[in-house]
Design a binder for this molecule. Structure first.
Ligand SMILES: [Zn+2]
Length: 116
């Protein structure tokens, strides 16, 4: 059996970590508070620009993680958490411990991976 309350607190903790990281990226991004259309102005410091690009990439990754986590929380609320989105079978509890935001069972995920 899956311990939903345990998973839920784990997922919520992860969500907080990601939200904190996102906030930090905004603070550290040298362009965050400026008009983005000014980025390509000649004479822009290359080091600052690559710092900005790094921040954008990281921000995108964190946002997609956050989406997965939000949808896991939604499923917990609806009571459909832990079911594979592809075949509808319960996802292995051990797998959910490691990756609480998993949406596919191991079998489906490996099938999806090999199709890529
Ligand atoms: Zn499946």
């Amino acid at each position: 059996m899956i311990d939903i309350s345990k998973i839920r607190s784990k997922v919520e903790k992860q969500r907080n970590i990601i939200l904190k990281k996102l906030g930090r990226i905004k603070e550290e991004d040298p362009f965050a508070s400026e008009d983005r259309s000014l980025i390509v102005e000649p004479g822009t410091d290359a080091a600052v620009l690559s710092g900005h690009e790094r921040a954008v990439v990281l921000e995108d990754r964190l946002k997609s993680d956050l989406k997965e986590i939000e949808s896991a929380l939604k499923k917990i609320k609806k009571g459909t958490y832990g079911l594979c989105e592809r075949c509808g079978k319960p996802i292995d509890a051990g797998r959910l411990e490691v990756k609480p935001q998993a949406v596919y069972c191991l079998k489906c995920e490996s099938e999806i991976e090999t199709k890529k």
